[in-house]
Design a protein around this ligand. Structure first.
Ligand code: BGC
Length: 444
C-alpha cells in the first residue's frame, strides 16, 4: 500500500457494496425452497455443515444494514432478489421495504435478479426456465421499477454453470462436465429475454455481472498454450462473445441446444453496461490428472486443462492469489478484444476473504485493486463503477461461514455487526472521492 492518496475517479463514478440474497437474507421459512436448500441439506456438501436458513438474518435486520451502507458513504448497493421469495405470496413486500429504506438513505438500489438461488422445481437444463425467468423479471420490475433505475440480470452464469452443473461443488450439484453447456445457453437466453422484459416494463440501465480474470499459460509449450486458450474461452468468452458479439466462440455454438442463431439475437440485446466480477487471474497448463485445489474446488481428472499455482504472489485467507495489476490487464484486454461493442464497464464485485476485524490485508487488497482500476481508466477503458464484495461476512456457498469477505464482521451467534478496519478505511476513501458532494447529486 502506498501513502499517496488514491487518484480521483471521474464525477458520477458509482461506488458501491454488494451482497446476494441467499448469502445474507435468512428467513428461509418465509420463502419457497431453492436448489441451494436441497444441496446444503445433503451431508458433506457444505464444508462446515452449515445452512443459510438464518445467515445474516438480513430480512429482519435490513434497516441496520442500510444504516451501515449510509454510514459507509456508498452511492449504491448491489443486492439480489430471491426468485423463490418472490414466488411466495407477499415475498416482494420485503424488497419493497428494502428499496424504500435505501432510497430514504440516499443509497441507490441495484438489484440482481438471479444470484444462483434457483427455485427448487426449476432446472437450467430446461429451456423453459429461461422463459420463466423473463416472467419473473417482469413481475419484479412492475413492483420495484418506480424506484429502481439500474438492473442486473444474472450473476456469474459461468460459475453457476461450472461449479453447479459441470463439477457439482455448488447447487444443484450436477457433475455433467461438458454436458453442462446447455445450462450456459439457457442462462444467456434468460438474460436476453429478461432484458427485453425489463425494457418493456420501462426499465433502463441494464447490465449483467460476469466473472472474468486473465488466464496465464503455465509455459510457452504448445500443450500449455492450448490448454490456457481453452480455459480462457470457457471463462472469458463463452458468455461475453454471445452477449457482445452475438456469436459463440468457434466450435461452441454447435454444442448448444435449440435454434441457436435465433437465440443469439435475443442474447445480444444491447446492454447499457457490462459488469465484471474480478478476484484473481488463473494460471493454466496442460492436463495433469486430478489438479490442484482451485479456490477450494478440487478439479477432477478428464478436463482438457489443469489449474496451476501462481508462485511468488501473496494469497488471501482463501488461498486466492492477490494480483491487482491483472485487473488492469483484464480490462485493457477486454477493451482491445471487443472495441466499441463493449459498453461502459462496472466492477460489480471485487474483494477478498481474511479473518479478523483489524483487516489490514483487506485494506491492502482493496487499495491496490482500486488503483489498478484507475490505471485501466487512464489506459482508456470506460469504467463507471466499483462495488466491493461484500458488505457483510456471509454464507460463502460450499465453504459455509468459514470465509469472511465482509467489510463488516458478523457474529453468527448474536448477529452483532462490527465494522472492520477496512470499513473505516473505505469510508475515508469515498469521502475524499466525493469531495463533500452529496450522494443524491452524484447519482447517474
Ligand atoms: C460470487 C459471490 C461469492 C464471491 C466469493 C463470486 O463468485 O458472486 O456470491 O461469495 O464470488 O467467492
Amino acid at each position: 500500500m502506498t501513502a499517496d492518496p488514491i487518484p480521483r475517479f471521474p464525477d458520477g463514478f458509482l461506488w458501491g457494496a454488494s451482497t446476494s440474497a441467499h448469502q445474507i437474507e435468512g428467513a428461509a421459512d418465509q420463502r419457497a425452497p431453492s436448489v441451494w436448500d436441497a444441496f446444503t441439506a445433503e451431508p458433506g456438501r457444505v464444508k462446515d455443515g452449515s445452512t443459510a436458513a438464518v445467515a445474516c438474518d438480513h430480512v429482519r435486520r435490513y434497516r441496520e444494514d442500510v444504516a451501515l451502507l449510509a454510514d459507509l458513504g456508498v452511492d449504491a448497493y448491489r443486492f439480489s432478489v430471491s426468485w423463490p421469495r418472490v414466488n411466495t405470496p407477499g415475498g416482494l413486500d420485503f424488497y419493497d421495504r428494502l428499496v424504500d429504506e435505501l432510497c430514504a438513505a440516499g443509497v441507490r438500489p441495484v438489484p440482481t435478479l438471479f444470484h444462483w438461488d434457483l427455485p427448487a422445481e426449476l432446472d437450467w437444463l430446461r429451456r423453459e426456465t429461461a422463459e420463466r425467468f423473463a416472467q419473473y423479471a417482469a413481475v419484479v420490475a412492475a413492483r420495484l421499477g418506480d424506484r429502481v433505475t439500474k438492473w442486473i440480470t444474472l450473476n456469474e452464469p459461468a460459475e453457476h454453470t461450472l461449479l453447479g452443473h459441470a463439477l457439482g461443488v455448488h447447487a444443484p450439484g450436477k457433475r455433467l462436465l461438458f454436458d453442462a453447456l446447455p445450462v450456459a445457453h439457457h442462462q444467456l437466453l434468460a438474460h436476453g429475454l429478461a432484458v427485453r422484459a425489463l425494457r418493456a416494463a420501462g426499465g433502463s440501465d441494464i447490465g449483467i455481472a460476469n466473472s472474468h480474470g486473465p488466464t496465464w499459460p503455465a509455459s510457452r509449450e504448445s500443450a500449455d498454450l492450448e490448454a490456457a486458450e481453452f480455459y480462457d474461452v470457457l471463462l472469458n468468452r463463452l458468455f461475453a462473445d454471445p452477449l457482445l458479439l452475438g456469436r459463440y466462440p468457434e466450435g461452441i455454438g454447435e454444442l448448444m441446444p435449440g435454434d441457436v442463431a435465433a437465440d443469439l439475437e435475443v442474447i445480444a440485446e444491447p446492454l447499457d453496461w457490462y459488469g465484471v466480477n474480478y478476484y484473481a487471474p488463473t494460471r493454466v497448463g496442460a492436463p495433469q490428472g486430478a489438479g490442484i485445489d482451485f479456490g477450494g474446488v478440487r478439479m477432477p481428472a478428464g478436463l482438457p486443462f489443469s489449474v496451476r499455482e501462481i508462485e511468488g504472489v501473496p494469497v488471501t485467507g482463501f488461498g486466492w492469489p492477490v494480483v491487482p495489476e491483472a485487473l488492469t490487464e483484464l480490462l485493457t484486454a477486454f477493451r482491445d478484444r471487443y472495441g466499441d461493442r463493449l459498453p461502459p464497464v462496472v466492477i460489480t464485485e471485487n474483494g477478498c476473504a481474511y479473518d479478523g476485524v483489524d483487516d489490514t490485508d483487506r485494506i491492502a487488497y482493496l487499495d491496490a485493486h482500486i488503483r489498478a482500476l484507475h490505471d485501466a481508466l487512464r489506459a482508456g477503458v470506460d469504467v463507471r463503477g466499483y462495488f466491493v464484495w461484500s458488505l457483510l461476512d456471509n454464507f460463502e456457498w460450499a465453504e459455509g461461514y468459514a470465509r469472511r469477505f465482509g467489510l463488516v464482521h458478523v457474529d453468527f451467534t448474536t448477529q452483532r455487526r462490527t465494522p472492520k478496519a477496512s470499513f473505516g478505511w473505505l469510508r475515508e476513501v469515498l469521502a475524499a472521492q466525493q469531495g463533500g458532494v452529496s450522494f443524491g447529486s452524484r447519482a447517474r
